[in-house]
Design a protein around this ligand. Sequence first.
Ligand SMILES: [Zn+2]
Length: 462
Amino acid sequence: MRYLIIGLLLLTTCCWSQDADQQQIDKIFAKALNEGKSYQWLDYLSNRIGGRLSGSVQAEQAVKYTKAQMDSLGFDRVWLQPVMVPKWVRGTPEFAYIESKPGITNNVPITALGGSVPTPAGGIKANVVEVHQMEELEKLGRDGIAGKIVFFNRPMKADLINTFEAYSGAVEQRYKGAMEAAKYGAVGVIVRSLTLRQDNLPHTGYMTYGDLPEYQRIPAAAISTNGAELLSTTLKLNPAIRFYFKQNCKMLGEVESYNVIGEISGETHPDEILVVGGHLDSWDLGDGAHDDGAGCVQSMEALRLLQATNYKPQRTIRVVLFMSEEIGIWGGKKYAEVAKAKNEEHIFALESDAGAFTPRGFSFDCSQANLERVLNWKPFFQPYLIHSFIAGGSGADIGPLKDDSIVLAGLRPDSQRYFDHHHAENDTFEHINRRELELGAAAMSSLLYLFDKYGIVPNTKG
Ligand SMILES: [Zn+2]
């Protein structure tokens, strides 16, 4: 009897209706590549609306546009979920130069970090101290830092194949560099742009002051990698050089915005919810095509492809376009808070927020039992070369949904070019390849299909 039960269990866990599933997945890919909608949606978001800073007019235009598109797709329900978001504005273009001797200057490209305070109206000019590790601040102490600009110049590591790992290893300089340097009396912070490319584009991104009182907050900006090399070399020749920068960005407080949500109800298990999403806000330097307009249109397309292939979901599948990820994941936190308050049962969430480059596979943040099962699905994706299935992170917006039972996943495109564009003025629509975008959407739709059809392995520990 025991062997019979084990045998039956094996049958149900490892033998998918393989032919039918492969056929459905092939249909999804064919639809995406032959008559996909994601590229034209992204064209509108990028070229007609443009950069979508949280709280900006463009962000609201993007809310209206994507809601209207979802309305036209005939989902069962489309709605806006209110969320308060921070509104930070960049102001007039930033300006900076290295002054090697009084009157002898070299302009360098900088951009204010998101959330930074402005410089005084006339700018800041001060001596510079270069550091690579946070711990160096403590060693330098007040004597070495007070009255100076701290220049964080640790490059992303070039020998990591997953460039997101290299980013993680360097991003603390941008995120908390100003907060830490201010504690030692620094007057400003300049951070090497987080990219592996050597060029003239500064890359912005979010930073925090933590609990620092307002009077202690110092302005922070990113400098292009070429600018960082120039500054570092000049400093080595003459440590007495001075750096000047001026920016008039400011935080204006909170305004109301929205997560945009659409869903198709499940036929047999409507209470079990699957989410697919990306974030609708972006930085303002480019048009936010890769980060994360692509993830938004791929998510809408993932749901549309299920409809277009006449698939009737058993569970409820929801697309969520999250607001204000870049400035602190406000939309993602709100969505999880409302889901919890309503006692909704989320079993699976998938995010695309790693650019629209050639999709390679997915990373999964889930129990071992679910991971083992999902690895059995790899062959369905092999014909499309999207079968790198690994354990790992998912996405910032769906992170707040994490609990003991949910399966979280992230689309993993090739990451080699992502940080060439990330948060910089060249994150634009012309750097999107239509087929790569569509393949990502099809892969996401296929994964949703499998999780909808088979559900997840329940957590037996609880
Ligand atoms: Zn993003």
